[in-house]
Design a protein around this ligand. Sequence first.
Ligand code: SF4
Length: 360
Amino acid sequence: MEFIDVSRFIPDAPKSRMPAFTELADMNPVMLTHDLGIADIKGNKERIQELADSGLALIPVRRTPPPMMGGRAPDGSFPDRFVIEPTNFCNAKCRMCPHVVMTRSKQHMDMGMFRKIIDEMDENGLKELLLLHFGEPLLHPNIFDMIDYVDSKSNLGVVFFSTNGIMLDEDKIHRLLSSRLTYVQISLQAIDKESYARIAPNVPFEKVMANLERLIELKQGLLGKKPFFRLQIVGQPANMHTVDEFLARYGAKCDIISVNKLEYKDSIQFIKSRDVCPGRRTRKSCIKVERLDCFIHAGGAVVMCDHAYNGELTIGDASRKTLREIWNGSERADLIAANKDGSIWDKYPVCRDCDGYDVG
Ligand code: SF4
């Protein structure tokens, strides 16, 4: 769930109280555009004013999907959104992340392949591109060449970059903030040393927090301008007691702040949300197969689902074929057919015990 400082929209808002996360989570969000403007939806402006008048310092928001770039009609013949994994090396060991049990080989994405897939994405036009997956992007030795290459394109839509903050330094922060990225994110696991150590024992807590403070310092005066700074924490039992303080401490210091849902639990078990969300729909089909997005692993595997972190649902190899060929090829067609007739659970072992079929 995302939140934004109300004074971004109502500069003279009283901001007399910082709401608790549970209170915000129960409220209907204000709809924003993909670039954090007020969405042109009836009653939206009035709702922000109403929330501001009630004294709230932070308000819950939801971003509407970005438009398709490049003039392409969203006809399903090419993905609308890609997640690229620049590297699957990571310098953290977060206990809820499948990275700690991932068995595929560790590698950095080849620059030649990266340029090839970015060229094809730009030719086709996208809504959104994410430069992150199972690894810390700043570990790629050419990550800023990758960002520069992405910056040179016009049709990639909203471009999102995320880091765990360990490797940030003065130079990297300046380079990120002077790029044409749409969002630069730091993903935290906690805001106190003890909780951090429980979730990600090898992360140098003081270093991450100092890097965060420096980025915040350099971003002040530039809030509301791209690249937007998004700060997130992955809400989980070991840190939920600190979430209110997280929002109070940083809500006004970033463009958008988020408390994310825990998607992976104990590394390999998918969250059993059905236990806590009795309203979930029954398991008839999986939304991940129906969506117009996919994931490109560092080695080039084009994969249909982020839960298939070892590449189990690979539909092709981006180093051998074009993305359009892969997207319209037989492997994806088979998966779609199995999802339609309900045989996906038997046919694909990774789907058999997966409970993430309706987790967006
Ligand atoms: S059932 Fe699970 S593993 Fe299979 S495609 Fe859906 S989310 Fe992915």
